[in-house]
Design a protein around this ligand. Structure first.
Ligand code: CUA
Length: 363
């Protein structure tokens, strides 16, 4: 890594698809504000001098403020600023809408905030701390959560940031346009070392990125590790793949709309998977009993992300399975999953989450 201190810069680097449009809007707002501030200041001084009280000068008659001229003036100074500020509104809203909708085929990377570091995990298995390697000219989507308090993932050179919240998944996306190293900041005050919760994004060519990925993947992919967790927790005993188990099959479920017992519907996404694992009674799938025990306190946030990736990899209905080096057939439960410190993923593996499984009440 070769990062040298840079000389003073008025603006951060422009290194993503958002940089140009965000800077354009910023410049527009600064120019409008500067123009009107100077205009008002100039008129105050100009009129104060021009209409100052002179000895012997006659007192002018009062102004008729119901004249046509006064009305035209008032309409002009209401409508013109209204138009100018509506431009700010529409421009800003359009940027916000684009930034809040990650493209479907974006490269997904998981970020977990923790006082005071950023833990980053690639689907292929590579993990890093306070560093994020991404390929240039490729849409990247970050799915983020926090282990403790609210943080905020901010990359000034990309002109994008988003809050990172405990117990929820938020996303942010960008397309890096320039190879280089860029600052990551935490932009939400999160405690004594908030200012030290920083890191670097390394934007690399696709070729270097592939090299970096393969060099760093000593461990299995996230989906493989999730599969191994899935087995250790005994999830497969109820969530049978053919759909004839005591619990719904998870195959191809990701992204679908699920019918619930109370007649409502929910999208089977990251948030729903997480909620169902931690609070299984919250949303019961229609036709199934309330038998699932909670796994609250038994799975770490990182373990949760791996389970989610495994569930996502179980036959995506859109044919979009793992993009690279993912298991083609994760159904093969005989396969030995990579044994990577399961203790760290499962807290207290012997407390029986299944103890209450037999006592499920009828809906
Ligand atoms: Cu994390 Cu400030």
């Amino acid at each position: 890594m070769n990062i040298e201190p840079r000389s003073f810069q008025l603006f951060p680097d422009s290194a993503s698809n958002f940089a140009g449009t965000v800077d354009g809007l910023y410049l527009y707002m600064v120019l409008i504000s500067a123009f009107f501030s100077l205009l008002v200041a100039f008129l105050i001084i100009f009129f104060a001098v021009k209409y100052r009280k002179r000895p012997g000068a006659p007192v002018p008659p009062p102004i008729n403020d119901h004249s046509i001229g006064a009305m035209i003036l008032e309409i002009a100074w209401s409508v013109i600023p209204l138009g100018l500020s509506l431009v700010m509104f529409a421009w800003g809203a359009s940027i916000m809408f684009t930034e809040s909708r990650p493209p479907k085929d974006a490269l997904n990377i998981y970020v977990t905030g923790k006082r005071w570091m950023w833990k980053i995990q690639h689907l292929e298995g590579a993990r890093e701390i306070n560093e994020l390697h991404v390929p240039v000219n490729r849409d990247v989507r970050l799915t983020m959560t926090s282990e403790d308090v609210i943080h905020d993932f901010y990359v000034p050179a990309f002109r994008t940031k988003a809050d990172v919240l405990p117990g929820r998944y938020t996303t942010e996306w960008f397309r890096p346009t320039k190879i280089g190293d860029y600052h990551i900041f935490c932009a939400e005050y999160c405690g004594t070392k908030h200012s030290g919760m920083i890191g670097w994004v390394h934007v690399m060519s696709q070729e270097d990125y592939n090299k970096w990925l393969s060099a760093g993947s000593g461990e299995g992919s996230m989906a493989e590790e999730g599969e191994s967790l899935f087995r250790q927790l005994g999830c497969g005993e109820c969530h049978v793949r053919d759909g004839h188990g005591r619990a719904p099959s998870l195959r191809g479920a990701y992204g679908m709309i699920v019918d619930l017992a109370d007649g409502s519907h929910v999208r089977f996404d990251e948030a729903y998977i997480r909620e169902s694992i931690l609070y299984p009674q919250a949303k019961i799938v229609a036709g199934y009993d309330r038998i699932m025990p909670t796994f609250h306190g038994l799975i770490s946030d990182e373990g949760m992300l791996k389970l989610i990736e495994y569930i996502k990899s179980m036959g995506d209905p859109n044919g979009m399975t793992l993009e690279r080096s993912g298991p083609n057939e994760p159904a093969n439960l005989q396969k030995t999953g990579p044994q990577m410190s399961p203790e760290s993923e499962i807290k207290a593996p012997t407390t029986a989450p299944r103890a209450s499984a037999g006592t499920g009440k009828q809906q």
